[in-house]
Each structure stands twice: as structure tokens, then as C-alpha cells.
Design a protein around this ligand. Structure first.
Ligand SMILES: C[S@@+](CC[C@H](N)C(=O)[O-])C[C@H]1O[C@@H](n2cnc3c(N)ncnc32)[C@H](O)[C@@H]1O
Length: 333
């Protein structure tokens, strides 16, 4: 359900307490959004008119009111992401501090095409405040995209790197397409949704703009609802969202390697330790690097990179030709 109305009165009227699994909000920034084109020095011909801004002096009160509603509609254990520039960040943080919502992460989103400046540093980040409502277990899909054993191109652990709290995600360049001011990229929304919700969960955006949160949520097989006060944007996007195919994006989303760590957490016996160290020793003799050898062994034995590394470190003989003399009884991890 999508409503063309103010989100504060709209939520009060239409959304029950504890009814939403995930909220993603990108509220107006209180920096005179009607002039954002000059700020970003860009052509506004394809941007929908009527973006509704909040005057700076009302920003604090406005933030308190809508965040109070967000807290009410969020179910216990549900999460909320709020995207904010730095100008009015303090008002959002203050409003959050006045709720029972608890901070999970303060994420920095680094984007391309920052606002050009010549006499100071170029501003190229937003804040994403990731909070949750206490009371039940929070949904967090640690392996949404990468299993424990996958390596990134630079050789680091892909899962760890993807879960760092600085996200570098480019804005989408959509020449000629009708859009909202400040439209959020699908990759950013997909990351938030995949980690913090499950299929069929209800995702709410109180400031729909181009309905980008709602479209991405539906395309990821979630349900969606929200509000947009600007009639021109609402009228255009309510037709567009009917074209969205539920679950469509899931076909293109990177899946974690299946069962990559199928033995993780299971006790390791001496025979398996012996086999792993023997294999490592053989690969070492063939000239494999430590990293490549461990990655190979990780896949075969379904155990994590660090588990294998620790096993090797605890048994340094696996690094030399003495492996054949290896004594099973000396294994110690
Ligand atoms: C920063 S934009 C959201 C952009 C959106 N995330 C996207 O990707 O397209 C904020 C939106 O909130 C709308 N808005 C402003 N005040 C509102 C209110 N009280 N209730 C609902 N929507 C409002 C504005 O018209 C604008 O479209």
C-alpha cells in the first residue's frame, strides 16, 4: 500500500503498532532541496517537480515526530536505516536518542560525483544510521552475499569486507530517465534489505520519492508500503511500481557459495587434522602459496580459512619436508 500523504499523519491513520519488519528512510535534507540542482550542478529536466523540503528551523521537530512514528510501527526486533547528510544529522541523532531504538551501526556511504568545491574538501558521503527496536531477535543475514570462505579480489575475506561500515557504492547515472531528486541506488538499497530482512517481510519507506526502496524490496520478494507527499512524484511512480516483477532482482543478486563451510563448528578429529596438514604439505611442496593452499583446503574440507591457518600454525612441521614424519598424536588445536 502506498499513500500520497504526509507520512506522520498517514502512519498514525494507516499503520498499526509493531506492524513493519524493516524501515528505510531517506528524509528531505532540510537544505532547500528545491535548489539541489544548483548544489549538484546538474540538469534537472528529467527530475520530477514538487520535491517537498522541510524548512531548516522545523527540522528538529519534524525529525522527532516522524521517528516517533517509525518506532511505533516497527516490530520488536525490526530494523531501521535512516540516510542523512551531515547538515541536519544532529537532529536525527537527537530524535533517535529520544526513542527506545538502539544503535547497531553508524554507516558511511561513500558515493561518486560528490558536490564539487574548490576551496575545501569535496563532500562525497552520507550517513546511514542503522538502529533496531529491542524486544526480539533482530534479523541479520550475515551470509547474505558471501560465505565465510569466499575471498575478495584483493585477497581479503569477502564477507568481512562486505560487512565493514564504510560502503562505497556509486550513484546511478540515468540520462534521460524520469527520476526523483536524490534517488538512492538499487545496490545500496539491496544491501540494506538483504542483510536486515527476509523474503515476504514488510519494508516501509516514509519518504518514497521515486519509490526506489519499495521497488527494490518487491524485486527482492519482500512486501512494501510507504508515503510520498509530492503528488506529481506519487502519480508517476504509482503507475511505474505496477510494472515491477516480484522477486525479479533475486536472479541477479550474488548468492553466497552454497555450503562452502559445511563442516564449520563441527568437532575435528585427528584423522581430519592429519589429512588437512598432509594436503597442505603436499601443496606446499608443489609450490603453492600459503593463501592459495588454504583456500583450496577450505573448499574441500568445508572449514573456515582461519581454522585451517590456525591448524597449520599450531603444527609448523606441515610447512616443511618433515610432514611425512608427522605424528598424529602431536596434533594440538
Ligand atoms: C530525499 S527524498 C527521497 C528519495 C528516495 N529515497 C528515492 O530514492 O527516490 C525525500 C522525499 O520525501 C518527500 N516528503 C517530504 N516531506 C514528506 C512528508 N511529510 N511525508 C511524506 N513524504 C515527504 C519529498 O517530496 C521527497 O520526495
Amino acid at each position: 500500500m502506498f499513500w500520497n500523504m504526509d507520512c506522520i499523519s498517514g502512519a498514525k491513520k494507516y499503520l498499526a503498532d509493531n506492524s513493519v519488519d524493516l524501515i528505510i528512510c531517506d528524509p528531505p535534507y532540510g537544505i532547500n532541496g528545491a535548489k539541489l540542482d544548483k548544489h549538484y550542478n546538474r540538469n534537472e529536466d528529467t527530475v520530477i517537480d514538487g520535491y517537498i523540503e522541510i524548512p531548516a528551523k522545523e527540522y528538529s521537530d519534524f525529525s522527532i515526530q516522524w521517528i516517533k512514528e517509525a518506532q511505533r510501527i516497527l516490530r520488536p526486533g525490526g530494523s531501521i536505516y535512516i540516510v542523512s547528510g551531515y547538515t541536519n544529522l544532529r537532529h536525527i541523532l537527537n530524535a533517535l536518542a529520544n526513542t527506545e531504538l538502539t544503535e547497531i551501526n553508524h554507516i558511511i556511504w561513500k558515493y561518486n560525483f560528490g558536490v564539487y568545491t574548490s576551496k575545501k574538501f569535496v563532500s562525497s558521503h552520507y550517513h546511514i544510521l542503522y538502529y533496531a527496536k529491542p524486544g526480539r531477535k533482530r534479523t541479520f543475514n550475515t551470509f547474505a552475499f558471501f560465505s565465510d570462505s569466499e575471498r575478495a579480489q584483493n585477497g581479503g575475506a569477502a564477507n568481512y569486507l562486505d560487512r565493514e561500515d564504510v560502503w562505497t557504492i556509486n550513484r546511478e547515472y540515468k540520462p534521460g530517465q524520469i527520476k526523483n531528486k536524490n534517488q538512492l541506488p538499487t545496490a545500496l538499497l539491496a544491501k540494506m534489505i538483504m542483510y536486515a530482512s527476509n523474503p515476504k517481510d514488510l519494508v516501509c519507506d516514509l519518504f518514497l520519492g521515486s519509490f526506489s526502496t519499495a521497488k527494490t524490496a518487491l524485486e527482492l520478494d519482500r512486501r512494501a508500503c510507504g508515503f510520498e507527499l509530492n503528488k506529481a512524484a506519487y502519480d508517476y511512480q504509482i503507475k511505474e511500481i505496477k510494472k515491477v516483477k516480484s522477486g525479479e532482482l533475486l536472479k541477479f543478486i550474488k548468492q553466497p557459495e552454497q555450503n562452502a563451510l559445511f563442516n564449520k563448528g563441527k568437532p575435528i578429529n585427528n584423522q581430519e587434522k592429519f589429512d588437512i596438514l598432509k594436503e597442505y604439505s603436499d601443496l606446499y611442496r608443489q609450490g603453492w602459496t600459503q593463501k592459495n593452499s588454504i583456500e583450496q583446503i577450505t573448499k574441500k574440507y568445508g572449514r573456515g580459512y582461519w581454522a585451517i591457518l590456525n591448524l597449520i600454525k599450531a603444527n609448523p612441521s606441515s610447512n616443511n619436508e618433515q610432514q611425512n614424519l608427522f605424528n598424529q598424536k602431536s596434533l594440538d588445536i
